[in-house]
Design a binder for this molecule. Structure first.
Ligand SMILES: NC(=O)c1ccc[n+]([C@@H]2O[C@H](COP(=O)([O-])OP(=O)(O)OC[C@H]3O[C@@H](n4cnc5c(N)ncnc54)[C@H](OP(=O)(O)O)[C@@H]3O)[C@@H](O)[C@H]2O)c1
Length: 240
């Protein structure tokens, strides 16, 4: 039986990814950081899953997370680097604390988890990593410059690591979602939301499940000849 570890899978896109793999019979490692209140619900939805509270920006927490996964499931086959935070506002108003916070989670978090996953995958000479980037990592977003910076780093890292570990039979790809219906976007007013949806060729926000289906495809053997790719899941938003 294969094992998947999904960071930030207590809610949103990560939870939909967890649900997809679980429904396909994978052993599941769920990770979250703050929302202890969701643990009972997660245990009910995913019997047998390992649920680990760990801040991915902390190297110690991530080592503990992967040790727990190894002890329970003897390693992992798939890592989904999903956990992330967003930000908004003018760059001129941001300071070093703002930089550290978002880079700490979106970039250092991915680095911490990827290193631990590679150690386990190199032993098996097989593995697959899917990074959750964003349309803004490629296009750049006004008033989300730090977020765009971190997702640009995700994209460059995806390509580099894909090249570095291809000969070890480890594939690495990224998904770049557009506007997806999760708590991350709950701050928009109805008018702002309408404006966003009007800009999207398919005319609506995406669902977490639509991202999860793509992640599942990329992670598994169906995508055995795909590595180093950055794939949009955005209703056509990126098309110019
Ligand atoms: N929603 C969109 O429109 C959209 C578009 C493009 C890309 N994305 C990307 O998709 C990913 C998921 O986004 P989402 O919309 O599902 O976000 P979300 O609804 O805000 O959920 C974020 C998840 O990440 C976890 N998390 C946050 N900080 C963490 C940390 N330091 N350590 C471990 N887990 C942490 C949260 O757990 P806790 O609640 O316990 O903290 C939660 O499970 C992110 O990388 C985001 O950048 C989203």
């Amino acid at each position: 039986m294969s094992t998947v570890l999904v960071t930030g899978s207590s809610r949103g896109i990560g939870r939909a990814i967890a649900r997809k793999f679980y429904s396909e019979g994978y052993n599941l490692v769920i990770n979250y950081n703050r929302r202890d209140d969701l643990v009972d619900e997660l245990e009910r939805e995913f019997p047998g899953a390992l649920i680990v509270k760990a801040d991915i920006s902390s190297e110690e927490d991530v080592e503990r997370l992967f040790r727990a996964a190894e002890e329970r499931f003897l390693g992992i086959d798939v890592l989904v680097n999903n956990a992330g935070i967003s930000e908004s506002g003018l760059f001129i108003d941001k300071d070093r604390n703002d930089y550290d916070r978002i880079v700490g989670i979106n970039v250092y978090g991915m680095l911490n988890c990827t290193k631990q996953a590679l150690k386990l995958m190199l032993r098996k000479k097989k593995g697959s990593i899917v990074n959750i980037s964003s349309i803004w990592g490629d296009k750049g977003a006004s008033c989300e410059s730090l977020y765009s910076l971190t997702k640009g780093a995700v994209n460059a890292f995806t390509r580099s690591i894909a090249k570095e570990y291809a000969e070890e039979n480890i594939r690495v790809n990224a998904v770049m979602p557009g506007f997806i219906d999760t708590e991350m976007n709950s701050g928009y007013t109805a008018d702002e939301r309408k404006a966003l949806e009007d800009a999207i060729p398919l005319g609506r926000a995406g669902t977490p499940e639509e991202v999860a289906d793509l992640v599942y495809f990329l992670a598994g053997d169906q995508a055995s000849y795909i590595t180093g790719q950055l794939i949009y899941c955005d209703g056509g938003w990126s098309v110019e």
